[in-house]
Design a protein around this ligand. Structure first.
Ligand code: 4AD
Ligand code: MG
Length: 466
């Protein structure tokens, strides 16, 4: 048997020594066409969007064998690699030997035709990675994950693992999934009739984390600069194209960074990632642009090449109030901005990414740095075209007394979080951080418009298939 070559090598590697030699490829059939004399099989092995054309001379192969080979079948093909006359491909393989690994029944394999809708493909999320679209999306997803580690490693950040199971609600929004081993048909109760969590696995009420930040702060106040990158869970009942109940978040946290340093890092980070995608995933991006979003590459270049605008929440409210736009949700100082407001600022008013800072304290989490005006906190949200909020972050309140009084105001018992407060009790320093939603980044980079289409197995309300 010849040495197997991955198809990416044939299109992107140095093939000089391989032309007119026998090689072996393995992959799945994307399509088959031909006539009485010759059959062309488009073979894809997932390494690259391009298919390798396999040329099968019917004088040397039985029709019986070829009849069984249909879209979705998996093959090993040995043959002669030759330069191709055909348009759009540099090489093709003249088959000498075909081995079938597995057939795919033509009557039941769901990916027969081209042009399935994204909605249909979501119903077969277990098979959609075999389409051009999802192959492209998931190769980009991998590249973005790699670039994230590369970015932070090059800047001296340490990858820090926060727990997924937690007893605290970092964002204070209460949208948590419980983790329990109690028998739900026979829940132990205390003498007040409340669930007795002391009988539960951890001896207290626990949930899946909504953010790794609080534990991230402990890392930053020891190692200086850390980042987390892991799954995050939110039981918010939002059926929107931008929300998942299980998503991935990247949360850098830096000691001695103020809000300004935090904003600069966020802008540098996101530009680095987009540039990395343009430099390393361009074939996949070109494909997605041709299918879904004609302005994709233009938009990506625009973000890389332009400075973000930064502006106070209060000024943004003024702009929104005096705009002549009809919004569904009302605008007033103190309101939580909706995606329609964010997109107006970014897409219509400034026409660039916007970093909104200094939000009212009542719509933000307890840990944010309290500004001297007594009304706002040192928060920052990065708003992107098409996406709205892509990053949320802040400088953190490092003053123990201020932090504790804010916790009490919002109903968090300081004694429940004494481990967190120890950062302020012992050697507290100014520090900042932010969270980038990985799938929101992917929406932007791929040009896809539904967040369910940038994660292999989406989790949303009433949907935990596969
Ligand atoms: O703004 P959020 O809630 O911020 C935090 O969790 C902070 N602890 C981050 C930090 O400062 N370390 O979430 C951060 C980002 C959002 O901007 C958004 O991109 C993404 O996480 N996100 C979601 N992505 C998909 N589905 C959801 N349900 C999301 N909720 C937030
Ligand atoms: Mg947010």
């Amino acid at each position: 048997m010849k040495e197997r070559i991955e198809i990416i090598e044939l299109f992107k590697g140095n093939i000089e020594g391989k032309i007119d030699k026998e090689i072996c490829v393995k992959g799945w059939v994307r399509s088959k066409r031909g006539n009485k004399n010759v059959v062309f099989i488009a073979l894809n092995d997932g390494t690259i969007i391009d298919n390798l054309q396999i040329v099968v001379d019917l004088n040397s192969f039985s029709e019986e064998l070829l009849k069984d080979i249909t879209t979705g079948s998996s093959l090993m093909v040995e043959g002669l690699l030759v330069r191709s006359m055909g348009k759009g491909q540099s090489v093709e393989l003249q088959a000498k030997n075909i081995t079938i690994y597995g057939l795919a029944d033509a009557d039941t394999y769901p990916l027969q035709k081209k042009g399935h809708t994204l909605e249909f493909l979501r119903e077969i999320a277990h098979l959609r990675p075999r389409t051009n679209t999802f192959g492209a999306v998931f190769r980009i997803r991998h590249n973005m994950a790699f670039a994230i580690h590369k970015f932070f490693n090059e800047r001296g950040f340490f990858y820090w693992h926060s727990p997924l199971i937690t007893a605290s609600d970092a964002e204070g929004a209460g949208q948590m999934f419980s983790v329990t081993t109690l028998d739900l048909d026979n829940v132990p109760k205390d003498d007040k009739g409340k669930v007795d969590y002391s009988k539960d696995f951890y001896g207290k009420k626990t949930s899946l984390t909504v953010s790794g930040q609080l534990e991230g702060e402990l890392g930053a106040l020891a190692l200086g600069k850390i980042y987390t990158f892991g799954p995050t869970f939110r039981a918010e009942n939002s059926n929107t194209p931008r929300h998942l109940s299980e998503f991935w978040m990247i949360e850098p946290e830096m000691a001695f960074y103020d809000l300004k340093d935090n904003m600069l890092l966020a802008e540098e980070f996101i530009k680095y990632l987009i540039k990395y995608a343009l430099d390393n995933c361009i074939e996949d991006i070109i494909f997605l642009q041709s299918m879904y979003d004609k302005e994709l590459i233009e938009r990506l270049n625009f973000v890389v090449n332009n400075d973000f605008i930064s502006l106070d929440y209060t000024d943004a409210i003024k702009i929104l109030e005096t705009s002549n736009e009809k919004f569904e949700y009302p605008i007033f100082w103190g309101c939580d901005l909706q995606s329609e407001h964010e997109r107006f600022l970014v897409e219509k008013h400034f026409k660039k990414p916007v970093i909104l800072i200094n939000y009212p304290k009542d719509i933000k989490a307890f840990y944010m740095k309290q500004n001297d005006d007594g009304k706002t906190v040192g928060a920052m949200d990065v708003l992107f075209p098409k996406i709205g909020e892509i990053i949320g972050g802040s400088q953190r309140e490092e003053d123990m007394d201020k932090l504790v009084s804010r916790m009490k105001e919002v109903g968090i018992l300081p004694e429940d979080m004494s481990w967190y407060l120890d950062t302020r009790r012992f050697g507290s320093v100014p520090h900042s951080g932010f969270g980038l939603g990985f799938e929101r980044l992917l929406l932007f980079v791929t040009g896809m418009s539904n967040i369910r289409d940038v994660i292999p197995f989406p989790r949303t309300p009433k949907n935990a298939e596969f």
